[in-house]
Design a protein around this ligand. Sequence first.
Ligand code: F6P
Length: 564
Amino acid sequence: MPNIPAPVDATQTAAWKSLQDHHDKLVADGISLKEWFAEDASRVDKFSYDLNDLRFDLSKNLVTEETLKLLCDLAREVGVEERRAAMFEGAHINTTEDRAVLHSALRRPASDAGRLVVDEQDCVADVHEVLDRMYAFAERVRSGEWKGVTGKAIKDVVSIGIGGSDLGPVMVYEALKPYADAGINVRYVSNIDPNDMAEKVRGLDPETTLVVVVSKTFTTLETMTNAREAKAWLLDGLKASGAIDGSDASVADAVKHHFVAVSTNLKLVADFGIDPQNAFGFWSWVGGRYSVDSAVGLSLIIAFGPKVFEEFLAGFHDVDRYFCETPLEENVVALMGLINVWYSNFFGTESHAVLPYNQYLHRFPAYLQQLTMESNGKSTRWDGTPATSTTGEIFWGEAGTNGQHSFYQLIHQGTHLIPADFIAFVNTPNPARDGEQDVHELFLSNFLAQTKALAFGKTADEVRAEGTAEWMVPARCFSGNRPTTSIFGIRLDAHALGELIALYEHIVFVEGTVWGLDSFDQWGVELGKQLAKQITPAFHDDEALSQQDASTRALIAFYRAHRE
Ligand code: F6P
């Protein structure tokens, strides 16, 4: 194992014991947000934090000042501050892969070149060398200077990737759509299901399409299969229209004009036929799910331009600095991670909802699912020993108000306690009025109403006062004390989005450190990949079929019987 201190068992710390006692006492005394608010007029001030243009209101969480103090004690006892420093300095805290974890280097300013030399690499200088190349390339595409093989400017980009090579770019593309100013559309293909590719290239003209293949390893089954499919689609289209004659030279020329790649494996990129000049690299110290601000964001730079991407990176960097420089007690990033531990380990919550009240953030929950669950969905600690507590929250969510008409019933009145993060913005790029009513205010009133109902509920007396029949009163009561955090921003721009992503990256880090996890590996996705390779021949090969388990054999028999 790399020379990293073994994790401290959080459950054996003095702070853990104090937190358990504190929890039991709170429960015994009766947790009541309504009373806590009534008793303390400064509760909102005490539990509100400003981080640049984001306001965080933690007051509707099931916490007291004592809770936060004890959680900070816990963070200190397990060494969150030391591990944070180790991560930012480039120690190999990704122990199972013996790698540094340096996504924070992706957003450091060029003036920091020479200040972060890790494993003999000047990380910041290398980041900016690639960024400059990407900016220059993107400007050529955006201005129309970059031409397809028949001399036409690019109108559409098809970005092929999966997991961290897809979820981040798609989420950001959707979130920042109002800033897309070059008239270039991006479509993202991820699934190996041929339907995904078929639908995404439908209607596109190969002569004006640029394909960006994004894969850290350049070996991922889905991405490489889709990249070959895209190549065939493009070349067939060009041949059919007579744009190329199909000779080896014409094919190579077409690939050169229509394919670029993003990867850490530049040799495999060249083997695919992509001109190394048109390949943009990143490094093993950037995990896939932490990579949207690396070359993986190339499609975003094409769509939005270098200036917007710079603002995006600045948002990340501001949160990195805040996270590192703010004392734990005032550090809302650390506190949010610690409060998640509070719910998971002391209240036994299993899931965590993320509810953006902004349609542009509709892919944010999906993005966070990989970030949080691929990072902390583990039962072995970074030194190979078993986890000593529950780990890994199940993140899920949906943009408001759509979720309200779907699963909020369970959050309000179900038997599960589900902490929820609400995210909203004061301004909208699309103001609208319905008669006299400002529609954005109507929307925001829903965000406020939901957190209010979850916190304060509705009593039996309040229900009775509405004239409800007695037998029906329980069904119409709301218990309240259902915890929420409100994140209220001024506007959803590139800077704010960078801040939000970095916020959750570091929340994951804090939780992972308390649980003793290597939040940067993902061995749990490997077995399925291996088995898929073994199973593929069994669709046609009886010998391969005979080696499968009975259930797989039966399902393939069904397939063989019905395949048309
Ligand atoms: O799903 C596993 C995983 O390795 C993710 O961590 C990663 O984001 C994704 O596959 C894609 O990998 P690559 O970028 O190497 O194609």
